[in-house]
Ligand binder design. Structure first.
Ligand SMILES: [Zn+2]
Ligand SMILES: [Zn+2]
Ligand SMILES: [Zn+2]
Length: 1292
């Protein structure tokens, strides 16, 4: 309660010395207060006021504890000289000098501070205008901690602009803005009144240091009033209390004392005491300039005092101390400490066992000025209190008890108040019982009344100090109504006239010079300091005095302090339009004084601030209404305000019924992270409910919690939520933190037609249920919310709800991110959905959302899951890095998936199964671990214009009776087949570009069917198309080219109809037909192959009709059986085979064929070449104009190898040489037999395809016809079998 006394002090000072005469007479507009206004309210100067600001942490302590007084612990070591007029402000970054004991000889230099900096001004002034924390410990511990960490002085915004240089127009001396003149002022020319004012913000230790500066300061720092204020601030007594000897504490009227300064003396005598004061403990250590220990309870104080104090003294401040165990067994002194009637304000109460008990050891104990009550709850319960008393003094002790009020309501015989029992129980009672109470329980407070009400005029520079009354809030119902200002002692002696010995001007004691100083010569800094004790209304009035005052009174820092004092925000908050409240950095504002502007915009609001209500009306210069609860504020604001605005200050508001049915704005008000400090909590029924009528309601910057006590109690919370928005209302909720620990329902429910809220920048996290439910045709806008770590889905949208959701961050849920079902709609744009345990976005049961430009990634299952007739448009999303497929479509669902990026999935890209459908269009699908698109189990999607590439598996995988229309896609660079079609599937693939795969282009196997039409299939490492095991596709008008292996490979019983395809420029045969395959090839063009046109091997059959086979490097058609049990036996009809670089048709190795009406012409090695024993059915073939190049070469005596090299097997006679012991695997041409093996035993083997081993140099003897081969010999034709695809792992 120090602050009011300061105010009193200043106020009195002003009245007496300066004001009355001049300024009052001039009718200064500031001069409008009455005494009552001055009372109590401002509590501004507050040393510990800063606790409210969250400056309670270490940083705050370092900064100086509090307002002006705390300010500057001063960097004493670096600034030996200090401009004396620098009021106690210090830079928060300067270290605080360690406190020294009271009166210790600290260097004078340590008293003063460095010049005020912007930051320090911010810190200290921030406390101005706030009620003292003593009366309002509103911060919850957590809030305090948060505030401390988020609001450390070093984080405060530094002043951005240089200080203004004010006009000195009014100054006769021109010193007004000359800061270098300031030290001179402070030491020599500043009037005593101003100096005293400055000193009034110091605590006792600093005051003692100041006294060492110079004679003048010594005199001023020993001022009686200063010490009275300090004394009353700390001890609260109205009169000095002297502890002249042990167990003797007496109040004495100051004028009856022998001491020059009785207040200081009393202060000193009591200074070793520890204090019990509710709510003070945590702040005590942070007050610079004071070394006082506070405790919450008497018990703890007792223990501490016994342990650490030599003469233990415990001062017990106002309050009701219930149930404390006070058993005194040592020589300790307990004394009440309060204003007015001390004993009445300090109440020890107990319901069972004795309230105060003295026992052996308490020989010289003392207890005084308290009320001792014994209040057993039920008076019928007699036995229990049988041996219990209000005051119980047992054997072998001799305490002193005086000035106490003693009451007992126990009915038991023995229990009438005090008991003194046992041998040597010698109590010394002072004034006890009724008599005592009547006689003087009141001790000091019965002192003479002050003449306080006799000053109708007040000088304008009377700082805001109220008179006398100190109200204590701890326990207002016990609070005494009898503490009236009129009962307080008045000053009896005249003020001293101080020596002006040190003053060079002699102005020090010239009171009439003060107004001149104030108006004209006082430096801006000092004036600003003075103004910093005004509230907004007075400040506005001051601004009307003159130009200089106008400038000063609009100072940004002043208003920042006022603003932060009232609203607590770190930054200006602007209410630019209804339902819009934004914090803006001051430097980003257009306003000259953003703090003032923000102040103004919020000024019509009413405040909910626990513990403030009763003081609100007492603050002069401010018109702010405070309430204890939100409900009451709501009712009041609705009734009385045009644009109702309720500011809810830090605190936990439990169990309030907040049902909003009107256009009201609720907004949290706290420093640091606002929402974290303002908590609305409820255990049953919805915490906050918006209903019809709340069309333009607003709720922002609060935490909304729903905390049902037991989670097993399911039914009760079924329809309860943290935030409940019902039909026909459209409130704005933003910057809220929303939590629910209910296992049912959701944290936020938006339900019913016309429910159209705006919810933005909220955090809905860590709830034990769904984060947000939008249902029953509700709509609304949901933007920039953080929805995370909820136990169920992040968002549910159902029952034809149709919300707009943009830029939400939905992640780490334990279920799906967004779940749209039962006809749910919605437009979802640019949401970031990731790391959810199930799908990122799930659509089910006729739901039909639109999802645009979202990022859906790192899901622990799939990205998008559409099922049970789900619909939806998914456009331009990024879907990636999900554990399962990027998109799942199943059970008759039919979504549109367009223009998405679907990539880096840990399984496939798009997975359509179980009768899924869908339009998959213009997507870029790549880098997935399984197929880019997988179509399965009767699904039938349309897949168009996608790019499907660089997968670690196949491109498109159609299996288990999958279907689909697959058109115009580009499928490339996949690790396995570009398109797989298998197990009864029959998709239609048209106009796709399928290329550059690392295996097959299109792979039909295990009864894969379908239509492959008009595709470009090229540049694969394996065949362009493979058909295997029962597959029977139609392959029409494709271009199959540029493969590193064959064009088309049909094998293992493959079928198929290949029509009108162009097959060219493949590294191996244009078409392979192998191992019991039987395709139909019609009207294909097979040309420019780098080997044969068509190879039919190992039981291959097939019908080849009307194909054009030309310009191939090897035989146009080669038919062979090798070791296969079934004879290869194709039918070739009406084909044209021409312009080959080898033979037209070759048939060898016991193969056969039916050749009808073919035309075979202009081939280099001959038209139809048949090995020995081969006898095909021939009918109507035309074989003409072939060149027989082999025959000619042989006829000219050359070795066959010279023509063929390793890569060609022209058909001719071959021999073996018994002399050279060649095997049947070797062949020797007829010319080598004649020349190289002349005279050897030789043998004709057969007419067949071979090259000459003699010429190739593989035999022992040297070939005499050897020559360079005409072609490279790297690849051996027959040993280079086509690469067949294995049936690689199936997906999923
Ligand atoms: Zn040869
Ligand atoms: Zn030989
Ligand atoms: Zn030879």
């Amino acid at each position: 309660m120090s602050n009011p006394t300061f105010r009193t002090r200043i106020s009195q000072l002003r009245k007496k010395k300066i004001t009355k005469k001049k300024i009052v007479r001039r009718g200064n507009p500031l001069n409008r207060r009455n005494n009552d206004d001055d009372c109590e309210a401002p509590l501004v100067a507050g040393r510990s006021a800063l606790a409210l600001f969250g400056l309670v942490g270490e940083g705050a302590a370092a900064a100086g504890g509090a307002g002006p007084s705390s300010a500057p612990a001063a960097s004493s070591s670096t600034h030996p000289h200090h401009p004396p007029y620098h009021l106690r402000r210090k830079s928060p970054t300067h270290p605080v000098s360690p406190p020294t004991s009271l009166g210790a000889g600290a260097a004078a230099a340590s008293v003063v501070a460095t010049p005020p900096t912007a930051a320090s001004a911010g810190v200290s002034a921030a406390t101005a205008g706030l009620p003292s924390p003593a009366t309002t410990p509103v911060l919850s511990p957590t809030a305090a901690i948060t505030a401390a960490t988020t609001y450390s002085p070093s984080m405060l915004p530094a002043r951005k602009r240089p200080r203004r240089t004010y006009s000195t127009g009014d100054s006769s001396t021109g010193l007004g803005c000359n800061t270098s003149a300031a030290p001179h002022y402070l030491l020599h020319e500043l009037p005593d009144e101003v100096l005293i004012t400055i000193l009034s913000y110091l605590y006792e230790r600093d005051l003692c240091r100041v006294a060492q500066v110079c004679k003048r300061f010594y005199t001023l720092a020993n001022d009686n009033e200063l010490w009275k204020n300090l004394y009353q601030g700390l001890y609260e007594y109205d009169l000095p209390l002297f502890n002249s000897s042990p167990c003797k504490f007496d109040f004495v009227q100051p004028e009856d004392c022998d001491y020059d300064n009785p207040w200081k003396e009393s202060f000193k005598q009591l200074y070793h005491g520890v204090h019990v004061r509710q709510g003070y403990q945590k702040h005590a250590s942070k007050i610079t300039g004071r070394s006082v220990t506070y405790f919450e309870t008497i018990q703890v104080a007792y223990d501490y005092a016994c342990d650490y104090a030599e003469c233990p003294l415990v001062l017990i401040h106002s309050g009701v101390y219930c149930g404390e165990v006070i058993v005194i067994e040592t020589n300790i002194a307990f004394i009440g400490a309060a204003p007015g009637n001390v004993a009445e304000n300090v109440i020890l109460d107990r319901e069972s066992e004795s309230t105060v008990m003295f026992m052996e050891g308490a020989q010289r104990a003392y207890l005084g000025y308290v009320t001792i009550k014994f209040s057993p709850p039920s008076c019928t319960d007699t036995m229990q209190h049988h041996k219990s008393y209000a005051l119980d003094i047992q054997e072998n002790c001799s305490p002193t008890i005086e000035h106490c009020i003693i009451r007992s309501c126990s009915h038991y015989d023995d229990c009438e108040a005090p008991l003194v029992a046992g041998r040597s129980a010698l109590a010394l009672f002072g004034l006890v019982g009724e008599g005592a109470a009547a006689a003087g329980g009141a001790g000091p407070s019965s002192a003479p009344a002050a003449s306080s009400s006799t000053h109708p005029h007040h000088p304008p520079y009377h700082l805001r100090r109220n008179n006398h009354t100190r109200s204590i809030t701890y326990c207002c119902h016990h609070r005494c109504t009898h503490i009236q200002p009129s009962m307080l002692p008045a000053r009896k002696r005249p003020r001293r006239t101080y020596s002006t010995g040190d003053s060079s001007t002699g102005l020090g004691c010239n009171t009439s010079a003060a107004p001149h100083y104030l108006l004209h010569e006082l430096p801006d800094e000092v004036l600003i300091t003075i103004l910093s004790y005004l509230y907004e209304r007075d400040l506005c009035r001051v601004a009307q005095v003159c130009k200089r005052f106008y400038t000063l009174a609009n100072d940004n820092e002043l208003w920042k302090n006022l603003y932060q004092g009232l609203y607590e925000y770190d930054l200006p908050l602007f209410n630019s339009s209804p339902c819009k409240f934004d914090f803006v950095q001051p430097e980003d504002c257009d306003y000259d004084n953003p703090w003032k502007e923000s102040f103004k915009q919020l000024y019509h609001g009413v405040h909910v601030r626990q513990g403030y209500q009763k003081h609100a009306s007492k603050i002069t210069g401010r018109s702010v209404t405070y309430f204890e609860t939100i409900q009451v504020a709501y009712d009041y604001a609705c009734d009385y305000a045009e644009c109702p605005l309720v500011l809810i200050h830090s605190g936990v508001y439990c169990g309030e019924v907040i049902v909003i049915e009107t256009n009201i704005a609720f907004i949290g008000a706290a420093p640091g992270n606002v929402a974290e400090n303002v908590i609305l909590d409820r255990e049953s029924e919805s915490t906050v409910m918006f209903m019809e009528g709340a069309q333009r309601a607003y709720l922002g910057y609060v935490t909304i919690k729903f905390s049902p006590p037991s989670c097993t109690d399911t039914m009760q919370h079924h329809k309860s939520y943290a935030l409940d928005i019902q039909e026909n209302c459209s409130p704005t909720i933003e910057h809220c933190i929303i939590r629910s620990c209910s296992h049912l329902g959701a944290a936020v429910s938006v339900s019913g037609p016309g429910a159209e809220p705006v919810i933005r920048h909220c955090e809905i996290s860590d709830c034990e249920n769904v984060g947000l439910i939008v249902t029953d045709r509700a709509q609304g806008h949901y933007e920039d919310n953080e929805i995370s770590r909820n136990a169920l889905a992040g968002i549910w949208v159902k029952n034809f709800a149709n919300p707009i959701m943009r830029r939400n961050h939905i992640h780490h849920g334990k279920d799906v991110g967004i779940f749209c079902f039962d006809g749910g709609l919605g437009y979802f744009e640019a949401n970031d959905i990731h790391n959810n345990r199930i799908a990122g976005f799930e659509v089910k049961a006729q739901a039909n959302p639109t999802v645009v430009r979202c990022e859906i990634h790192h899901g622990q299952t799939g990205g998008i899951y559409v099922h049970e007739q789900g619909m939806g448009q998914f456009i331009e999303n990024k879907i990636h890095s999900n554990k399962y497929a990027g998109v799942w479509i199943t059970s008759n669902s039919n979504p549109t998936i367009r223009k998405n990026e679907i990539y880096n999935g840990l399984q496939g890209g798009v997975y359509i199964f179980g009768d899924g459908r869908g339009l998959i269009e213009h997507n870029n699908i790549y880098g997935n671990a399984l197929a880019g698109i997988q179509i399965r189990t009767n699904s039938d999607p349309i897949v168009r214009h996608n790019k499907i590439h660089d997968g670690q598996h196949g491109g498109i995988y159609v299996h288990e009776k999958g279907q689909g229309l697959i058109e115009c896609n580009e499928v490339y660079a996949n690790t396995l087949a570009g398109v797989w079609i298998t197990t009864g599937s029959s998709p239609t693939l048209r106009r796709n570009q399928i290329h550059s795969g690392k295996q097959v282009g299109v792979y039909f196997y295990d009864n894969g069917h379908g239509l492959l039409e008009d595709n470009n299939i090229f540049s694969h490492l394996y065949s362009g198309v493979q058909i295997r095991t029962g597959s029977n596709p139609i392959i029409r008008r494709n271009k199959i080219w540029g493969g590193q292996n064959g064009g088309v490979l049909v094998y293992n019983g493959g079928l198929g109809v290949l029509e009108q395809n162009e097959i060219f420029d493949n590294a191996m045969a244009g078409v392979w037909i192998k191992t019991d395959s039987n395709p139909i090839l019609r009207r294909n063009k097979i040309f420019d192959g780098r080997e044969a046109g068509i190879c039919i091997f190992n039981g291959g059959r097939g019908v080849l009709e009307e194909n054009e086979i030309f310009r191939n490097a090897q035989a146009g058609v080669l038919i062979s059986t090798q070791s296969h049990p079934t004879q290869s036996h194709p039918s070739l009809r009406r084909n044209r085979i021409y312009d080959g670089l080898a033979a037209g048709i070759e048939i060898t190795n016991n193969a056969t064929g039916t050749l009808e009406y073919n035309q075979i012409f202009n081939n280099r090695f001959g038209g139809l070449c048949l090995a020995s024993g081969v006898n095909p059915i021939q009918r109507g073939n035309k074989i003409f104009d072939n060149h027989d190049a082999v025959e000619k070469a042989v006829s000219s005596g050359q070795c066959l190898y010279k023509i063929s090299s390793y890569t060609s097997f022209p058909m001719h006679d071959f021999y073996r040489c018994r002399t050279c012991n060649t095997t049947e695997r070797n062949a020797i041409c007829v010319n080598c037999i004649k020349t190289c093996h002349n005279g050897h035993v030789v043998e004709f083997i057969r007419h067949d395809r071979f090259f000459c081993d003699c010429g190739a140099g593989t035999l022992n003897n040297q070939c005499q016809l050897q020559g360079e081969p005409t072609q490279d010999t790297d690849t051996l034709y027959d040993s280079a079998a086509p690469i067949e695809s294995q049936s690689l792992m199936a997906e999923v």
